[in-house]
Each structure stands twice: as C-alpha cells, then as structure tokens.
Design a protein around this ligand. Sequence first.
Ligand SMILES: NC(=O)c1ccc[n+]([C@@H]2O[C@H](COP(=O)([O-])OP(=O)(O)OC[C@H]3O[C@@H](n4cnc5c(N)ncnc54)[C@H](O)[C@@H]3O)[C@@H](O)[C@H]2O)c1
Length: 271
Amino acid sequence: MKELCGRIAVVTGGAHGIGFGLATRFLQEGMKVVVADNDSDGLARAEKELSRSGEVLTVDTDVADPDSVQALADATMDRFGAVHVLCNNAGVGGLQRFETTSLATWNWTLGVNLWGAVHGCHIFLPLLAAQDEAYIVNTASMSGFLTGPYLQPYTVSKAGVVALSEALANEFAKEYPHIGVAVLCPAYTATSIRHDERNAPAGHVPRSLADPATAELREAVDSMIEKEGISADAVADLVVRGMAERKTHIFPHPEWLDRWQERVDKVRAQV
Ligand SMILES: NC(=O)c1ccc[n+]([C@@H]2O[C@H](COP(=O)([O-])OP(=O)(O)OC[C@H]3O[C@@H](n4cnc5c(N)ncnc54)[C@H](O)[C@@H]3O)[C@@H](O)[C@H]2O)c1
C-alpha cells in the first residue's frame, strides 16, 4: 500500500505501546486514526496526545467481544465513512507455569490475542474490501514461531495469529488482491506490557498470586523488555515500510529467525 495520506487506520490496543506507536506514525503520514482500547484512562491520555498531530477518534473497545468490535466498526464508519488499514494489535502477555494457569486465564489470553484478531478481520473485511487499496496488519510475536516454556496461552494465541495471517494473505491474494495482509512478529519491545493485567477479567488470578514461584523470571523478562527492547516507534516505522513493500511478514528482530531455523532443523533431524 503506497498511499497512506488521507486514508483511515484503525488500531486496536492503541492506548499504549506498539499500538500507540502505530497511531503516532500513521498520523505523521497524514492518516486519520481510530484508536481502540479497553483502557479508558489510557485512551483519554492517548486522545489528548495524538490529537495534537491530526484527526483521532478513540473508541472504548474490548476486542474479545465481537459486539464491541462491531460497535468499533460502526463508530469508524459513522465518523470517517471508510477504513483502509486495520491493525489487530491489542494483546496481553503472560508468563507462568502451566499447572497454575487457570482456564479463565486461557480464555482471557486467547480471547484478546487470537479471537481479537479473528473478530477484527471478520467484521472489518467488507469495509476494507470496499476500498481501492487496504491492509490488515496482525500483531503476533516471535512467540508465534518459537515455543519457549512458561508461556503456553500466549504462544498458542500468537501461533494462531501467524497461521490466521498467512492463511488470509494466501487466500486474499486470489479473492481480494487489493487487500494486503501482514503479520508483525516483534521480540522484545519497550512497552507497557508488564501492566497487561490492568483490565483482566474477574476470573483471571493475578500471576503474582497464582504463581509466585515464577516471579523472578517474570521480573527478568520485564526488565529485558524495558532495558533491551526496541522502541514502539521503530516497530511502527517497519510496519509502514512493510506495507509500502507489500510484505506479508514484518520482523523487527530478524536475528531471532536463527532460533526458528534451529527449531526446523531439530524437527528435520527426527524424520
Ligand atoms: N512488548 C513486547 O516485547 C512484545 C513482543 C512481541 C509481541 N508483542 C505484542 O504487541 C502487541 C502490543 O503489545 P504492547 O507490547 O504494545 O503492550 P501494551 O500493554 O503496551 O499495549 C497493549 C494494549 O492492548 C490493550 N488491550 C488489552 N486487552 C484489550 C482488549 N481486550 N481490548 C482492547 N484493547 C486491549 C491494552 O490496554 C494496551 O493498550 C500485543 O499483541 C503483544 O502481544 C509485544
């Protein structure tokens, strides 16, 4: 997608982190931006900051709830009358042992990370299809390609987002050639993801209570994200470039692909 100026972008999870970086970058390109998030305070702050750079609509949205995503699409159409770029980016993390991870936590994580992307693609497709040019960018993670320990719901959800995105990219190449689909797979990015439990549903027991044994590991990973993570702005820059080059995969940390190759080699060695 070459021409962004004047187009409309919807970014879920746009109140913080990578989503906020995407919204900022799209405004710099002259786009109008709809920021969707379930953190009302964060949304209010984002609106104040982002509206200095252009036209912004914020919509309180729970991506895990299809009715809420439909209301987001309706609000977008009421205000702007079109959608050209959809970023299904809202996500929650999660690092704890399998034995302490409740089914409520599984439902929450898959609901936001995987169903959120499915809801977005499903509900926005007719709106994107009506444009001359459009793009879907689904935020997965390197965890969609690599399967480390202590991250089961997250890894499963992100592998699902990779699969969804690749399947749609293949299908749309025939069915909707004017809609590009990319999966964004960052590794450590300096965002507020350590606060991902901020609006967790009641059934989810905070990890610090459910699994104190992995507290040190969580702290180490959070600290890596904060200290060694690349910036959300750098990730957003790669997304804009990726769309211009009609990429299907956007890897802000290409060096991690070596570990993916090791996984492929390990599997191959056994067949
Ligand atoms: N930060 C990293 O190192 C990293 C690495 C790989 C992938 N990612 C992915 O990037 C995406 C953005 O995360 P981030 O790192 O910017 O974290 P973040 O916490 O800063 O931003 C995530 C946003 O999603 C919102 N959100 C959470 N649940 C929601 C829901 N049900 N409905 C709507 N919005 C909801 C949050 O309020 C927040 O604004 C996520 O999908 C995450 O899995 C992050």
